[in-house]
Design a protein around this ligand. Structure first.
Ligand code: ADE
Ligand code: ZN
Length: 346
């Protein structure tokens, strides 16, 4: 960090930080079940008489040891979300929380695997319930939500095809994207090419988790084998300047989740996170929370921590939000309306 940045951070008073935290925010990378407040999941578990005590710490937070364990705790928590009505309640809880953190536009990852097991007709019912609750939240809180179906890498390519079919059958102005999450160490991006081709042909926009855990080649694979236009995380690509250059040249937007990366140990501390280096290299970066209660974060906290660590001011965060909206999987009218709100807040 240079002296100028150090001085700017030292001069950043609480009033300034409060203004940064209060900015309207756009989030592109939010796993829907991963955004479930632990108290909400505990409440559902009690209603359904499911014993989930093993997945909670004594203070009520989610308990897991590492990323692999996180994925299994995530799936255990998700097991009590059993009906469209449960997902409607989750939608309300998640969007109230997001709106309370100043989020005005959000894209969320939805998995048919957790919503009817990949059956198209069941998925339609889940999607209708989520969308109805999201539209109610838009009316009451002003937050706009769009859905991105994600297949789960460690569930394998066959399950991914069922997820892609669900996405293709329901794509439109609300369900606008297709992507992949899950354990990156399993298989290759290209194992899922059939599903991504199906989604692209149906008119869906594409993103994939890559380079959260594996090296830079994973980003190259996602771009060439799946032809995605955004990358979930992408942060380990920093290790190869040629891949960083490729990201900049092709104007690929990274859905960066700094708090998640630090909490999971991808980088030892926020000061070591490459988000600023990507910006300096001309790569389009955005800021998201990933699975906020799992990583003890919120969008407000992300902004505060980034301001304190890198000295970013309101202009930088507004630029990042504008980048998010340029890369958002929504229609032009929605994009313009959100961009206007961003400008009005400056
Ligand atoms: N599913 C939920 N959170 C995830 C993450 N950070 N990486 C991959 N899959 C996920
Ligand atoms: Zn993610």
């Amino acid at each position: 960090m240079d002296d100028l940045t150090r001085d700017r951070i030292a001069a950043m008073d609480e009033e300034r930080l409060a203004r940064i935290e209060a900015l309207p925010k756009c989030e592109l990378h939010l796993h829907f079940e991963g955004a479930a407040p632990p108290a909400f999941i505990r409440g559902l578990a009690a209603e359904k008489k499911v014993d989930l005590s093993k997945i909670f710490n004594s203070d009520g937070s989610y308990a897991y040891r590492d990323f692999t364990h996180f994925l299994s705790v995530y799936e255990a928590a998700t097991s009590v979300l059993q009906s469209p009505e449960d997902f409607a309640r989750l939608t309300t809880a998640v969007l109230e929380e997001s709106a309370g953190n100043g989020v005005i536009y959000s894209e969320t990852f939805l998995s048919p695997d957790f919503c009817g097991g990949g059956d198209v007709s069941a998925w339609r019912d889940y999607l209708a319930a989520i969308r109805e609750a999201a539209e109610a939240a838009e009316r009451s809180h002003g937050i706009i939500l769009r859905g991105v179906v994600t297949c789960i890498r460690h569930f394998g390519p066959e399950k991914a095809k069922a997820a892609a079919l669900c996405a293709a059958e329901t794509q439109g102005d609300w369900l606008t994207g297709f992507g992949m999450a899950g354990a990156e160490e399993m298989g290759k991006q290209r194992d899922f090419a059939y599903s991504f081709d199906m989604a692209r042909e149906a008119g869906l926009r594409l993103t994939s988790h890559a380079c959260e855990w594996r090296g830079p080649q994973e980003v190259v694979d996602a771009l060439t084998d799946l032809r995605v236009e955004r990358i979930g995380h992408g942060v380990r690509a920093i290790a190869d300047p040629r891949v960083v250059e490729m990201l900049a040249e092709r104007e690929i937007t990274l859905e960066v989740c700094p708090g998640s990366n630090v909490f999971l140990g991808v980088f030892p501390a926020l000061k070591d996170h490459p988000i600023q280096r990507f910006r300096e290299a001309g790569v389009k970066v955005t800021v998201s929370t990933d699975d906020p209660p799992f990583f003890h974060t919120t969008m407000r906290k992300e902004y505060r921590d980034l301001a304190l660590t890198f000295g970013w001011d309101e202009e930088v965060f507004t630029e990042i939000n504008r980048t998010a909206m340029q890369a958002a999987f929504c229609d032009a009218a929605t994009r313009e309306a959100v961009l206007k709100q961003l400008d009005a807040a400056l």
